[in-house]
Design a protein around this ligand. Structure first.
Ligand code: BGC
Length: 826
C-alpha cells in the first residue's frame, strides 16, 4: 500500500509506537471501548475510531429516531444497477454521511451471496453471482474510501442465511469457497478495502473468528493489510482467534480478549508478536482514517440535501427492474390519462429498507403515492385504494398518530423509572420504538407513553415489544402484564427486532386514550422497547371491492405489492416466497377490470408473482430508500428509464428453485451440496426456466445486436475484450447492459453450464449506435484445483456467449484457450 492510502503512517512508525506500550496496553486496544467505538491511546496519539452500520445508510453511534440519515436503496437494488460509476457516487454519499456523523468506519458492504431466495438478509446482499457481487462491492468500497472513511467487507465468509447464524457450520468444498463465496472478498481486497468482518458462523468446522482462512488466504495469499473485526459478539473464546488472524473484538468493553488474553500472552499460549500484528493493523487503519497523530480532519465530498435527494432518486430509477412491459404500457403518458388508480398498502406505506442492524432513520420518505400525486398534479386525478390489510402485527406508534401526554406535542414520552416507580429521567421522543433509551444510574424500568386519538372506533390491537417483564396499560387499566424471557443470543433479535406481544381493546372514535408500555431492565433482556398500535381491520372484502372499483374507473391502475418487515429481516430466514395477505387476489381482481394494470413490487428479494402474465407490466422496485416515490414515478411516467437488470434469478415458485435450503441439519451443519451451481448456473443445470433470469431487465427502447468482435483464441492467464456493436432501434434514448457468459462443455472438471464473465453498459440516442466493450478478466477462465492447491486454466475449446441475460443469448461462438504465455489474439 502506498503512503497515500496509509495517511502517511508507515510500518516503521507504527512499530515505534507499539514499543511504547506495555503488553497490557496493547491488548486493551484489541477490544472495543463501547458498542461502536474502539479504544484510544492518547500517549501515542491514537484516537477512538467510530464504527457504524449499515449498508443502506450511516446510522451513527445511536439508534435515535431524531438523528436521521440519508437512506439509500437496499443492496439488492444496488446489485441491480450494473453501474460502477453510480455506485462510486453512492459510496461517496455514504462517506459524506459518515463524516457528518463522526463515523470513521462504515460496516458495509455485505458481500454474501443470494444462495437461497429464502435468505432473510437477501435485501442486504447484492447478487447471486460472485463476479457481479465483487464488482458492485468494489465500486462501493472505492467510493467510500476515496474520502478517508473505511469500508468493511462482511461477513467473511459463507454467512448466506440467517437460521442459527451464530452457530451454523457451513460445509463447503474448498473449490466452491474459492470460486464462489470467497471471490467477492478477493475483489474487495483488490479494491483496497481497509476492514474485513469475520462472520458468526463456522466453515468446515471452525468458527470464522478463528478460521485459517483469515490468515492463510485473506492476509497471506491475497495480501490484505487491513484489520479483521469480529461480527458483533462473534468472539467467544480468547486463544484460537488471537492466534488466528482476527484483529479487533467488537463490541466492548467486555470480550473474551478483554477478560483473558493478557494471561494467555503472559504464559506464552499466545505470542506477543500476534498481538503486535493486530495492533499494527489497527494503527494502520487509524492512520488511514486520520485518527492517528494530528492528521487533517476527514471530510466526505460536500453534498447539499438537494443533491443528495437527487442522487438517491436517480438511484431508485436506475436500480428498478422492468421485467414485463406488454404492449409497451409503460411509460404511462400523463397527457393521455385522466384518472389513475393507485392501489395496495405499499403505495402509502412502502417498505423502504430491510429489518435489522442495517436500519437507519430517514429524515423523510417520499411514498409512491406522494410521488405519483406530485407527478400528476394538475394533469390527472389519482384514486387511492389500499386494498385489504396485510394482516401484519401493529406498527410502533409515532408522531403522526400520537402526542406526548406531558407536552401535548406530536410524539411520545419516554421515562426511566427506579424500582419504586419514581421518575429518574424523562424525554420527548418521536417513536414508540426505542432501541437505546438514555440510561441513567438506578434505572429499573423503561416506560413509553402516548395519547392516541383514534380516527375510528372498534377493536384496536396494541403491542409491546422486547424481552423481560412487560406491561401495557390503556387509561391506567392493565391490558397485558407478563414475563417474556429471552431465548436467543442473536444481537439483531435481542436489541433490534424483538418479538411483539399483542392484546386487543375496544376504543370509541376520536376519544383520546393514554397508552403506556413498561419494560423492566433486567440483565440479558436487551435494549429494545416497543409500543405499537393498529386500528381495527377494515372488512377485507369491502377493501378489495373498493380497490376494484377504483381500478374500473381509471385509465390505468398501478398496484403496489410487497413483503413486510416481518418476512424480510436479519436474524430470520423466510419460510416462503408468496406475497402476504390477499395481495395476489388483489392484483388479479384489479387486472380483471383494467387491462392497463402495472404492478410495482416492493421487496428486497424474490417473491412469487403467479399473476405476472395477466398484468400489463411488472416493475421490481426493491427496498428503494427514502426517495422511493419520486424515483418510481420517474419510471412510471417516463422521466427516467428503468435502468436495472436482475442481480438474481427469480423463481416462478419456490418449488421450482433449485437451491433453497437454509436450515442446518440436526448436527448443526449446513451442506452446500449444490457446489458451484447456485443462481442461474443451477437453473441452467436443472434445465428449468425461472420467471426471470439473472441479467434480465427491459428499458424503454429496443436494441439490435449488430456485430460482435471477439478473439478466437486466448492464452491461459490473459483476459480479453469482446466488442459488441449495438443500434438503438426504438424511439427513446436508452442504456443497454451487454453481458458475456462462458461455457466449457468438454471440460475435464465440474463446470457450471454457463457462467457470467463480464458486462458493459452503453447509451445511444434513437437510431444511434454504440460499441459495448466487455472486458473479460483472466479469472473468468480459471478454476481452483484442489489437487494442486492453486488456480488453473484449462486449455481447450470454450463457448463464448453474448446476451441480454443468462437465458437470452444473442450471439455465440467458440473460443480456444491455449497454454499460458500465448498472449491475447484477435
Ligand atoms: C450484524 C452485522 C452488523 C453488526 C453491528 C451484527 O449482528 O451481523 O452486519 O454490522 O451486528 O450492528
Amino acid at each position: 500500500m502506498n503512503d497515500d492510502t496509509d495517511g502517511g503512517v508507515d510500518d516503521e512508525m507504527t512499530d515505534r509506537l507499539i514499543e511504547k506500550l506495555s503488553p497490557a496496553r496493547r491488548i486493551r486496544l484489541l477490544t472495543g471501548a463501547t458498542t461502536w467505538r474502539t479504544a484510544a491511546e492518547p500517549d501515542i496519539g491514537l484516537g477512538q475510531l467510530v464504527l457504524s452500520d449499515g449498508p443502506a445508510g450511516v446510522r451513527g453511534e445511536s439508534w435515535d429516531e431524531r438523528r436521521t440519515s440519508a437512506l439509500l436503496p437496499s443492496a439488492s437494488a444496488l446489485g441491480a444497477l450494473w453501474d460502477e460509476e453510480l455506485l462510486e457516487r453512492l459510496g461517496g454519499l455514504l462517506a459524506t454521511e459518515a463524516a457528518r456523523k463522526g463515523v470513521d468506519v462504515v460496516l458495509a458492504p455485505t458481500l454474501n451471496l443470494h444462495r437461497s431466495p429464502l435468505g432473510g438478509r437477501h435485501f442486504e446482499c447484492f447478487s447471486e453471482d460472485p463476479e457481479l457481487t465483487g464488482r458492485t462491492g468494489a465500486a462501493l468500497i472505492r467510493g467510500i474510501q476515496a474520502h478517508k472513511v473505511a469500508a468493511t467487507a462482511k461477513h467473511f465468509v459463507a454467512n448466506d442465511a440467517e437460521t442459527d447464524r451464530l452457530t451454523v457450520d457451513v460445509r463447503v468444498a474448498e473449490r466452491v469457497l474459492r470460486e464462489v463465496y470467497l471471490a467477492p472478498f478477493e475483489a474487495a481486497v483488490e479494491a483496497g478495502v481497509w476492514l474485513v468482518m469475520a462472520a458468526y458462523n463456522s466453515v468446515n468446522g471452525t468458527t470464522m473468528t478463528a478460521s485459517d482462512l483469515l490468515g492463510n488466504v485473506l492476509k497471506d495469499e491475497w495480501g490484505f493489510d487491513g484489520a479483521v473485526v469480529s461480527d458483533w459478539a462473534a468472539l467467544r473464546t480468547a486463544e484460537e482467534p488471537a492466534r488466528a488472524a482476527l484483529d479487533l473484538a467488537m463490541p466492548g468493553p467486555h470480550s473474551p480478549w478483554a477478560e483473558s488474553l493478557a494471561a494467555a500472552v503472559a504464559d506464552g499460549r499466545v505470542p506477543l508478536e500476534a498481538v503486535d500484528d493486530k495492533v499494527r493493523r489497527l494503527l494502520r487503519l487509524a492512520g488511514r482514517v486520520g485518527a492517528l497523530g494530528p492528521g487533517a480532519p476527514r471530510r466526505g465530498p460536500a453534498v447539499s440535501v438537494r443533491d443528495t435527494r437527487a442522487l438517491l432518486r436517480r438511484a431508485v430509477a436506475a436500480g428498478s427492474v422492468l421485467v414485463r412491459n406488454s404492449g409497451d404500457v409503460l411509460p404511462l403518458d400523463p397527457a393521455a390519462l385522466s384518472t389513475v388508480a393507485v392501489i395496495g398498502a405499499h403505495a402509502a406505506t412502502p417498505r423502504v429498507q430491510g429489518g435489522g442492524s442495517a436500519g437507519v432513520h430517514p429524515s423523510g420518505v417520499v411514498t409512491p403515492l406522494d410521488g405519483i400525486r406530485t407527478r400528476l398534479r394538475g394533469r390527472a386525478r389519482v384514486l387511492h385504494a389500499p386494498g385489504p390489510s396485510l394482516g401484519v402485527p401493529p406498527a410502533p406508534v409515532d408522531a403522526d398518530r400520537c402526542t406526548d401526554p406531558r407536552t401535548d406535542t406530536p410524539g411520545v414520552l419516554v421515562r426511566l423509572l427506579d424500582e419504586h416507580g419514581r421518575e429518574l429521567h424523562a424525554e420527548h421522543r418521536l417513536s414508540g420504538r426505542q432501541l437505546e433509551p438514555t440510561l441513567v444510574p438506578g434505572a429499573h424500568t423503561v416506560e413509553i407513553s402516548a395519547v392516541l386519538r383514534p380516527r375510528c372506533g372498534g377493536e384496536w390491537t396494541f403491542g409491546v415489544g422486547g424481552f423481560g417483564r412487560m406491561t401495557i396499560l390503556l387509561d391506567e387499566q392493565v391490558l397485558l402484564d407478563d414475563d417474556f424471557p429471552c431465548r436467543t443470543d442473536d444481537p439483531a433479535v435481542v436489541h433490534v427486532t424483538p418479538p411483539l406481544h399483542t392484546v386487543k381493546a375496544v376504543l370509541a372514535p376520536r376519544r383520546p386514550v393514554v397508552l403506556v408500555a413498561r419494560r423492566e431492565l433486567a440483565a440479558g433482556t436487551g435494549r429494545a422497547t416497543i409500543l405499537a398500535a393498529a386500528p381495527p381491520e377494515e372488512d377485507p372484502d369491502a377493501a378489495l371491492a373498493a380497490a376494484v372499483d377504483a381500478a374500473r374507473r381509471a385509465d390505468a391502475a398501478v398496484v403496489f405489492v410487497g413483503t413486510t418487515e416481518h418476512t424480510e429481516t436479519e436474524g430470520h430466514d423466510r419460510t416462503g416466497l408468496a406475497l402476504g395477505g390477499r395481495q395476489d387476489a388483489l392484483v388479479r381482481a384489479v387486472a380483471a377490470v383494467n387491462p392497463r394494470t402495472v404492478v410495482v413490487v416492493n421487496s428486497g428479494g424474490p417473491v412469487e408473482l403467479p399473476w405476472r402474465e395477466e398484468v400489463a407490466a411488472v416493475l421490481l422496485a426493491w427496498f428503494p430508500g427514502q426517495e422511493a416515490g419520486g424515483g418510481i414515478a420517474d419510471v412510471l411516467f417516463g422521466h427516467a428509464e428503468p435502468g436495472g437488470r436482475l442481480p438474481t434469478t427469480w423463481a416462478a415458485s419456490l418449488a421450482d428453485a433449485p437451491v433453497t435450503a437454509t436450515r442446518p441439519a440436526a448436527d448443526g451443519t449446513l451442506e452446500y451440496t449444490e457446489g458451484l451451481h447456485i443462481g442461474h448456473r443451477a437453473w441452467l443445470r436443472a434445465g428449468r426456466t425461472p420467471a426471470y433470469w439473472f441479467g434480465h431487465g427491459l428499458g424503454y427502447t429496443t436494441w439490435a445486436y449488430e456485430s460482435v468482435a471477439a478473439p478466437e483464441q486466448v492464452a491461459a492467464g490473459s483476459g480479453f475484450t469482446v466488442r459488441v456493436g449495438l443500434r438503438n432501434t426504438g424511439r427513446r434514448a436508452g442504456r443497454e447492459v451487454v453481458q458475456v457468459y462462458l461455457a466449457c462443455p468438454g471440460s475435464a472438471v465440474d463446470r457450471p453450464e454457463r457462467w457470467f464473465a463480464g458486462y458493459a453498459a452503453v447509451r445511444a440516442e434513437p437510431g444511434g449506435t454504440a460499441i459495448a466493450e466487455v472486458a473479460v478478466p483472466a479469472r473468468a477462465l480459471r478454476y481452483w484445483s484442489e489437487a494442486d492447491g492453486g488456480w488453473r486454466t484449462e486449455p481447450g475449446t470454450y463457448r463464448l456467449l453474448v446476451g441480454r441475460s443468462a437465458g437470452d443469448v444473442r450471439w455465440e461462438d467458440s473460443l480456444t484457450v491455449t497454454e499460458e504465455g500465448g498472449g491475447e489474439v484477435g
